[in-house]
Design a protein around this ligand. Structure first.
Ligand SMILES: C[S@@+](CC[C@H](N)C(=O)[O-])C[C@H]1O[C@@H](n2cnc3c(N)ncnc32)[C@H](O)[C@@H]1O
Length: 336
């Protein structure tokens, strides 16, 4: 007997239909909205929208099948983020238009509050880690990368910017203060903020040993406590400890004076999930394009970048982001 197997054919219209179906649900549109500048795990999204995990998994599956969200493994957890529209592909224009409309949707107050709660849970995990880890900092850093591996590259980028002798610097998360020694030599005033008393104590000891008279150390949270802006803001290996890195870049951009610079040293994306446990990392590095996109969204202009491959397989990115002057993109007063 000749059995006829029905042929399943995917027509281009099926792809468009999947896109329309995925977008045709208020909750799924709201999920896309909260993913504008953030990524969340399924449990976090279930918490944010106060629905069950299986219901949220279903919605994420529909969005993923339509190419509207992409996943990224962070240790044992899977995080969802928005997929970028690709204009040359079928549905790309519709995808881009949908996201543009979604960005204009207001977020309900209770959703905002639950997002803040999720971020607070992540921040607590990070703070707890540094409270416990101060004495073991060197050992933790040796697992992935420590200042000796990126110091020269950050300095090369920093020195290429030729700051004026009167310029000020702000280092967020100085750890044991190793980089403060370099900043103190190059800037007239240096402020360093760390939200871990134990880490700040290490930095204090370093400043005292090195007799750094122009460094002020502050116990403060870079994202929640008011700070005066500086000409150069430096973050070495700190961003991956922030609960919401895209939002954090927006807040940090406000700490940079017009015409000034933000220097960020970070791990490139990696899949070494053990780093979450061993090093307290909330994020397993970042895609270079994501950092540039978040910085542009924060009103900064991506500048030079350096990449450092390490023997252990990790890669570090050292990035410069410029804050435009009030009159134009570069600052004649800051740069010689
Ligand atoms: C991995 S250490 C990096 C230390 C140093 N910058 C280096 O490159 O060796 C991260 C530092 O950021 C600090 N930190 C994390 N979140 C912070 C926040 N929200 N505000 C201020 N400091 C923070 C931690 O306490 C810790 O000292």
């Amino acid at each position: 007997m000749n059995l006829r197997v029905p042929q399943v054919r995917f027509e281009p219209s099926d792809e468009l239909a999947a896109l329309c179906k995925a977008g045709g649900d208020p909750l799924r549109l709201s999920v896309l909205r909260v993913l504008t500048n953030d990524s969340f795990g399924v449990l976090e999204l279930a918490q944010i929208f106060a629905i069950g995990q299986s219901g949220m998994s279903h919605h994420l599956k529909v969005l993923a099948q339509a190419g509207l969200v992409a996943t990224r493994r962070e240790g044992n957890a899977i995080f969802y983020r928005r997929a970028l529209p690709q204009s040359e592909l079928l549905g790309g224009t519709l995808h881009a238009a949908l996201l543009e409309e979604v960005d204009g949707l207001p977020l309900a107050d209770e959703v905002r509050q639950r997002i803040a709660a999720v971020h607070a849970q992540r921040a607590t995990a990070s703070r707890d880690f540094f409270a416990r880890a101060a004495e073991k900092l060197q050992a933790q850093q040796d697992l992935i990368a420590g200042l000796p591996q990126y110091r020269d590259s950050v300095l090369a980028l920093l020195d290429s910017l030729s700051f004026d002798a009167t310029a000020s610097a702000l280092e967020v998360g100085p750890g044991d203060g190793g980089f403060l020694v370099e900043l103190a030599r190059r800037f007239s005033r240096v402020t360093a903020l760390d939200n871990s008393p134990a880490m700040l104590e290490l930095a204090r000891a370093r400043c005292s040993d090195e007799q750094l008279g122009n460094v002020e150390l502050k116990l403060a949270d870079a994202l929640h406590d008011e700070q005066l802006p500086a000409d150069c803001v430096v973050l070495n290996m700190v961003l991956h400890h922030f609960a919401a890195p895209a939002e954090a870049l927006g807040q940090l951009a406000r700490l940079v004076k017009a015409g000034g610079s933000l220097l960020v040293t970070e791990l490139c994306s990696h899949d070494q999930g053990w780093a979450r446990e061993a090093c307290g990392d909330l994020w397993l590095g970042f895609d270079q394009d994501d950092l540039a996109r978040w910085a542009k969204h924060a009103g900064l202009i991506p500048g030079e970048s350096l990449y450092i491959g390490l023997k252990n397989g990790f890669q570090i990115q050292v990035r410069h982001f410029a804050k435009p002057t009030l009159n134009g993109p570069t600052s004649p007063t800051l740069h010689r």
